[in-house]
Design a protein around this ligand. Structure first.
Ligand SMILES: [Mg+2]
Length: 232
């Protein structure tokens, strides 16, 4: 029996079990190669501009100020505008990016083995901030539909983590007391603070956290072996 002693374990998806950052990086590199307008523009400029614009739009989306269609449109339209390239390409760029992004989906190092071992011992679930259409594709592709007892996607609940409503909903679905739920995630705000505020235990997937941040979760790990040691 471990100190965490959970009766239900939820996992975050992007950058906890699946490597979203890498897929995004490779997807943007493919977009850069795909369009001739980028010949004179370095990949780094596309990546940093896109990140900056996408982050701001996700904040607006999280606060309910824009919907996902507007986010999808504006993230390439505004990136192209800022880089001074033909903004009429934004629609094509959005589609091209999604196709490339999908091709680069893969597990985080050690994530598959750890998830499968944990899922064979505990009931597990997924909670992810993201668009239902995209996240369901990931869930099917990586077999979570078969292994996870509960799958919760922010777009379907109507609020994003760290909103308490999504954690309360997940608590109800898990059917165990709050303090018997463990959340495994990589984001200090969405996952760690969201989980703690919901009365859950939290395992934070993070390298080199600040001392202050590291006080919040019940476990910090940067290698899935460490999570397995605490749970198996
Ligand atoms: Mg994440």
């Amino acid at each position: 029996m471990s100190v965490l002693n959970p009766e239900f374990i939820y996992f975050d998806l992007d950058d906890t079990l699946l490597n979203h950052k890498k897929a995004e990086q490779y997807g943007l590199a493919d977009v850069h190669n795909h369009f001739e307008v980028f010949t004179e523009i370095p990949l780094e400029a596309l990546v940093s501009t896109y990140h900056h614009i996408n982050k701001g739009l996700w904040e607006e989306y999280g606060q309910g100020q824009i919907d996902r269609h507007i986010l999808h449109r504006r993230r390439f339209e505004e990136t192209f505008e800022e880089l001074g390239v033909d903004t009429t390409l934004y629609q094509e760029a959005g589609q091209v990016y999604m196709n490339y992004y999908r091709n680069h989906w893969e597990w985080i190092d050690g994530g598959k083995e750890a998830y499968e071992k944990i899922a064979s011992k505990y009931p597990v679930g997924i909670i992810t901030n993201g668009f239902a259409e995209t996240q369901w594709m990931k869930i099917e592709q990586f077999g979570f539909k078969e292994s996870a007892k509960q799958i919760i996607i922010s777009e379907e609940v109507g609020v994003m983590k760290p909103h308490k409503k999504i954690f309360d909903h997940a608590t109800e679905l898990a059917g165990v007391p709050r303090d018997k739920i463990l959340y495994v995630g990589d984001s200090i705000t969405s996952d760690v603070k969201g989980g703690i505020n919901a009365g859950w235990k939290v395992a934070w997937y993070k390298s080199n956290p600040t001392e202050l941040e590291a006080l919040l979760p019940h476990l910090v790990f940067d290698d899935f072996e460490k999570l397995l040691e605490a749970l198996m």
